[in-house]
Each structure stands twice: as structure tokens, then as C-alpha cells.
Design a protein. Sequence first.
Length: 241
Amino acid sequence: MNTPPATAPRLAVVADRSPGVRAHARIPGLLEALATDHGLVLDAYWIPTEDVTSSTALAGFDGVWLPPGSPYASEAGALTAVRTARELGIPFLGTCAGFQHALLEFARNAAGLPDAAHAENDPSAADPLITQLACSLVGHEGAVVLAPGSRAAAILGAERTVERYHCSYGPNPAYLDQLRAHGIEFTGTDESGDARIAELPDHPFFMATLFQPELADDGTRPHPVIRAFAEAVAAHASVGV
């Protein structure tokens, strides 16, 4: 991969990098494709979740990408990354476990659910916000229905899409109305109405998907969500926020 110029937007990929996680293996090629095919050159740094001990760990970054890889080595680090991006208006993309932890952070710190739990991290939780799916989505593809007028629909240019999953956990429907009441919008659902995309409409770019856009196609063409996120990262850098 070519060395990005010193002025390139800085991207924090917050993940416990592993060659065994397909999404991690694909990210370098996707970054290369963003640069060569779309002129979106990003200066990307992989940051382990254990290193994100405070918001200062992400100081100076123009975007935060929280990809799959749960259980993260540090739940606290993953949540700090989400909160930093959410509160400071830094473009954020969370995928699979990143989606789950984006909802967990919002629930605890913005939606009045300080005890919200993730069943994978806290198996003893009586009524977790993030719970094991009745039917695992590991290795599955599924339809996602997009809300008209949403950012997701605009990015994907369709009312419906088919996406790839590799997860066993998702949001507990019992909590979604409380999250909605505090500002999250669920703009993509499966055909049964279960949440698959979450957005914060008043944020410069805050999107989380239960599916993994990193796994789209053969990995040489960035998924529209990834491209839109990269454009938001570049825009953030251009205004010097």
C-alpha cells in the first residue's frame, strides 16, 4: 500500500487486529481501493481496544471505524471509541460487533440505561440489551429493507439490499423504543422488522450496521456504506474540526 501524504485524513480503526477475522483481512484492500478508485486517501491506524483508555487516545483523528471482532479485548475501550466519536462529531462506522457496541454505548450514556449489558460480555445479565440471536447469522446473507428518506437509503440508492452477516448477537427489541426516544433511528431492518442499521441523524456521520459491509463482493470494491464513511472522514478533515 502506498504511503498516504502527511495531510491525508486520519482514520482510527479500533480493533484487536487478527488475520482470523475476515473483515480485518479485507480492510487494507478496501482502503487501497478507496484511494486508487475514488481518490479517498486515508491515513489509517489500527488501534487495539485496550489502548483506548480515554478520548485522548483518538485525538486528532477524522474518523473512527469499529469493525467486527467480538468479544473485544476491552469492552470499555470499544465503548470509549464510540462515545468519543458520538460526542465530538467525528464520523463513525460500526459494523457487526461495532453495531452492537454502538447501541450499548448509546444506551448507557445517552438513553438512561446505565446497566445495559451485552450477553456475550456478561452472560449472567438477566435482560441484556444485546442478546444472542434466536437464529445465528454466521455465514448468512439476508435482505435489509431501508427507511425512505434515511441516510442509509440515500447511500445505497435503493429500498432494499442484500447483505452478508457473520454474527450471533443483536439488539433486544424490548429496548429499541427507548433508544429511539433519545435520538437513534433504525433505518434498516430485516424482513421481519428486526434492526439491522442504526443512525444518528443529527451527527455528521454516525452509522452502524449489524451486517458486515467489509465482506461485500470480492473485497476489491468498497461497499457504498464504506465509501460514504470515507467521504465523511475526508470532509471532517477538510474543515479542520
